[in-house]
Design a protein around this ligand. Structure first.
Ligand code: CA
Length: 249
């Protein structure tokens, strides 16, 4: 018998837990070094974990990993501009809240930014307190829409609580295994290649000769597909792996 668990996270007012259950993680994409440093320092002092990218292409790559709770995105950037970064993110269904920064504060620009999928807009120059208020509001909004529990067969993963159950048996996973399983569950029924997995769960492409991914998946499978349980992980020889409920009969 499976036990349903509450989906809401009992998160108090000062809580800065992020989507991965750790600290709230903010990505700043801003080429003005001084401004980026100022925002980064200020947010870190407020208890956020902060990453920084100094151009649009790097920022897009980091934001695509989906590991951030919020992106503070400048519009005028070298490489891809902020609006282009934003629309590419949204096209790839990355829904991380985005706060756009710009010197152009005209109504038209604001409309363009919001149309491109920005959640809020801040015109330079701004005070840090103004930025912080927007950041808090966006993060609260994001936290309100609590992440749904992922289910494949009798396997359940709660992204907010970072718990995994097979039936009513709790399964302890390492951070890497959890990230792997999260990816597999979100892609259920889809064959994931090693290249897809390394890009998504690790931040880089592994040498094709390495078996790091296979080793991690082997360990994860042993925990998930316990003896006596129907197998959920399947190897697709020469291609990769798929997580799915095998059809009976
Ligand atoms: Ca800029």
């Amino acid at each position: 018998m499976s036990v349903l668990r509450p989906t809401k996270k009992g998160c108090g007012g000062g809580c800065k837990k992020g989507i991965r259950g750790g600290m709230m993680r903010v990505l700043i994409v801003e080429d003005e070094k001084k401004l980026a440093g100022f925002i980064k320092k200020g947010l870190e002092e407020e208890g956020y974990a902060v990453d920084h990218a100094a151009d649009g292409t790097t920022g897009l790559g980091m934001a695509k990993e989906g590991a951030h709770d919020l992106v503070v995105l400048d519009i005028n950037l070298p490489g891809l501009n902020g609006l282009e970064v934003l629309s590419r993110l949204r096209r790839q269904r990355i829904a991380t809240p985005v706060l756009l920064l710009t010197v152009r504060a005209s109504v038209e620009d604001k409309v363009i930014g919001l149309d491109a999928g920005a959640d809020d807009y801040l015109a330079k120059p701004f005070s840090f307190h103004e930025l912080l208020a927007r950041v808090r509001a966006l993060l609260r909004r994001g936290a309100g829409a609590s992440a749904p529990i992922l289910e494949v067969g009798d396997l359940r993963l709660d992204p907010a609580r970072r718990t995994v159950y097979r039936g009513d048996q709790r399964i302890e996973l390492t951070a890497k295994e959890f990230a792997l399983l999260d990816y597999f569950m979100r892609s259920q029924g889809r064959v994931l290649t090693r290249a897809m997995i390394s890009e998504h769960v690790w931040d880089y492409q592994f040498d094709t000769e390495t078996n790091v991914i296979d080793v991690h998946i082997y360990r994860l499978r042993r925990k998930i597909d316990m003896p006596g349980c129907p197998k959920l992980f399947h190897t697709v020889r020469g291609v990769g792996y798929v997580l799915k409920v095998e059809e009976q009969g």
